[in-house]
Design a binder for this molecule. Structure first.
Ligand code: AMP
Length: 351
């Protein structure tokens, strides 16, 4: 079998899958997508597509038998599905990585074990828990579903004036966590990759700005004292080692003075590193493909500064108003349905 005969299986049909497929094609690999039928932007960038649900073992078996390695762009694919697939072919990152990333309590416990500072948090399973622990946190906290939250969904800010009963009804989830509100100076994310051949790399840090819990824009590389960067990278590598990572790992952090407080992980490409498509010799998608195919990877250096702005909801229908820079690059994901706050595309330009 030649290099070009290899096929990458992609689980999840969103923009991350689409950009992974584009990178795979550029690097000489074929792609086979598996995800449920729907508004899937990745469908148009892959060689082949199998539609199916995450628990359709028969279809998943056919999918796995047709590919050399499987990677996931969607964080909530059941870890059991990934585990079953790993009996047939290689799955990078593994089901274990996803089983940790899918639960806020598990990722926080592993973050603390790796040496990250983790803000105070409590597991909440009833209205009584909510009232009790909110008081302990001086009612300055955020209630989050322990799983299935994304882009600020599944989160409610708590303050001393709130009606707890109403909030508990509103969150409508019996496994939650209550998290101390962090007064941070800035939010950053760091991206580490480990290839299945043992080589590894870091991308320069991104600085992120969120609006209503959704990433609005990223500036990169974020400036950081060398000493802090070295310490941070060691901690990230410890986390990746605990996960036995093969593929990508993004860690989102709050920075306060010289401290990094853990927020969450994502074992997949991340929105805050879309700027690497224009900004680095190898984008995060190239590095994912190289990592799972066992190619050598190395640290990515950046000479310029970049800004990446997400196109949310109907902003994508007004592209003529977005003239930030003569060299800006507009990426439109091709989603059919425009929804309020939905990530429809992004723009990257040098600053
Ligand atoms: P998350 O989905 O947990 O990453 O939350 C989305 C965004 O909400 C974060 O990027 C922050 O801007 C904000 N946020 C979440 N948790 C906290 C917290 N404990 N303290 C302050 N801001 C937070």
């Amino acid at each position: 079998m030649t290099f070009k005969d290899k096929t990458i299986g992609i689980l999840g049909g969103g923009q991350l899958g689409r950009m992974t497929a584009i990178a795979a094609k550029k690097l000489g690999y074929k792609t086979l997508l598996y995800c449920p039928k729907g508004d899937n932007p990745a469908e148009y960038s892959v060689n082949e597509y199998i539609d199916g649900n995450w628990n359709d073992n028969k279809k998943l078996g056919i999918f796995a038998s047709k590919v050399d390695v499987i990677t996931s762009e969607f964080e909530n694919i059941p870890a059991k599905t990934l585990y079953n697939l790993s009996k047939i072919t290689k799955v990078y990152p593994s089901s274990f990585c996803f089983s940790i990333a899918q639960y806020r309590n598990k990722e926080k416990e592993m973050a603390a074990k790796s040496g990250f500072l983790v803000s105070k948090w409590y597991r909440i399973k009833s209205l009584e828990d909510l009232i009790k622990y909110s008081k302990i946190l001086n009612h300055d906290c955020i209630l989050k579903t322990n799983s299935l939250g994304y882009d600020g969904k599944g989160q409610i800010k708590i303050s001393s004036e709130v009606n707890f009963k109403k909030i508990w009804t509103e969150i409508n989830f019996d496994d939650c966590i209550l998290e101390e509100k962090v007064n941070f100076d800035r939010e950053v994310s760091i991206l580490y990759a480990r290839s299945s051949n043992g080589t590894e790399c870091f991308f320069p840090l991104s600085e992120n700005n969120h609006q209503n819990g959704i990433l609005k824009y990223t500036i990169a590389p974020a400036i950081l004292e060398q000493e802090l960067e070295i310490k941070l990278k060691l901690t990230v590598k410890k986390f990746a080692k605990l996960l036995n990572l093969k593929g990508l790992l993004t860690i989102e952090l709050f920075q306060r003075n010289n401290d990094f407080i853990f927020n969450e992980i994502a074992p997949r490409p991340h929105n805050s590193f879309h700027w690497t498509i224009e900004g680095c010799k190898n984008s995060q998608f190239d590095i994912l493909v190289k990592s799972i195919m066992g190619q050598d990877i190395n640290d990515q250096v950046v000479c310029e500064n970049w800004k990446m702005i997400n196109l949310l909801g109907d902003e994508v229908e007004n592209l003529k108003f977005f003239n930030f820079h003569k060299d800006q690059k507009i990426h439109v994901y091709g989603k059919k349905e425009v929804k309020n706050g939905r990530k429809m595309g992004h723009i990257t330009y040098p600053i």
